[in-house]
Design a protein around this ligand. Structure first.
Ligand code: ADP
Ligand code: C5P
Ligand code: MG
Length: 245
């Protein structure tokens, strides 16, 4: 950031927002939430000349710690990671509130193999634009209400399962475990807890990252909202640093 001497001022003109712009991305497992975020951010970076700091936070960082019994279940694919109770909701809410208040925070890093999190994850210092993605991003009202824009990635369930199998095999799980967990826990929880949150979305993105038209429209809209002269997020923005080198 400009005031800390960060090299982002090579963009030439730097503005400082009053509060970060928060975008939530929900959708089923392996629907393409992370891929959609990455594409939006790529295009924003390409188009934005204000050098804003954009970050992605995954809801997975807020899985709660498991007790010994739950760890044994998790190893067998019998722990329900798709139920709202699997998350440390209070911690996620507090982190999001801190971000809204521009307080520096540490996001833990989740390990899918050990099903634990490392506290020493990613340190964030007042990002300007924050993407929060996860299966239950819109489930908890207090968290949902903090977003300025809500997107839901709507990808066919067979496609999602195929991608999930590939991904979980790479995470060292065997096929029987993956399919049992999917049919007995993931799919029912998707229908009970995730799918009903689609109604809260401002924009539904069919086919995820393949939907280039939707992604372009969303990028244009975000750019418009963040335009310094008209934005409530960047009101009357004054350049903090002007550096033409
Ligand atoms: P989510 O964040 O919803 O879990 P990801 O974006 O991580 O989904 O995608 C899950 C898996 O599917 C990843 O391995 C990713 O590379 C792959 N994937 C995502 N979108 C596509 C796509 N449009 N075409 C092919 N593979 C994709
Ligand atoms: O990236 P994605 O949205 O798919 O991440 C959420 C999924 O991760 C959930 O469907 C959950 O079943 C799975 N998960 C898992 N093992 C863990 C933690 C989450 O299979 N230890
Ligand atoms: Mg993911």
């Amino acid at each position: 950031r400009a005031e800390t001497g960060n090299d982002q001022n090579t963009y030439g003109l730097m503005t400082r927002p009053n509060k970060p712009f928060m975008i939530g991305i929900g959708g089923g497992t392996a629907s393409g939430k992370s891929s959609v975020c990455a594409k939006i951010i790529d295009q924003l970076r390409y188009l934005d000349s204000n050098g804003r700091q954009v970050v992605i936070i995954s809801q997975d960082a807020f899985y709660r710690d498991l007790n010994e019994d739950e760890k044994k279940k998790a190893i067998k694919g019998e722990f329900n990671f798709d139920h709202p109770d699997a998350f440390d909701y209070k911690r996620m809410l507090q982190t999001m509130k801190d971000l809204t208040a521009s307080k520096p925070i540490m996001i833990p890093k989740y390990n899918y193999i050990s099903c634990t999190k490392e506290e020493n994850g990613v340190f964030l210092e007042q990002p300007d634009v924050i993407f929060v993605e996860g299966i239950l991003t819109f489930y908890f009202k207090e968290i949902r209400d903090l977003f300025h824009m809500k997107l839901f990635v709507d990808t066919d369930a067979d496609t999602r399962l195929a991608r999930r199998v590939n991904r979980d095999v790479l995470r060292g799980r065997d096929l029987e475990h993956i399919l049992n967990q999917y049919t007995s826990l993931v799919k029912p929880a998707f229908e009970e807890f995730c799918l009903p949150t689609k109604k809260y979305a401002d924009v539904i993105i069919p086919r995820g990252a393949d939907n280039t038209v939707a992604i372009e429209l969303i990028v244009q809209h975000i750019q418009e909202l963040l335009r310094p002269s008209k934005s409530e997020f960047f009101p009357d923005s004054k350049p903090l640093v002007i550096d033409y080198e």
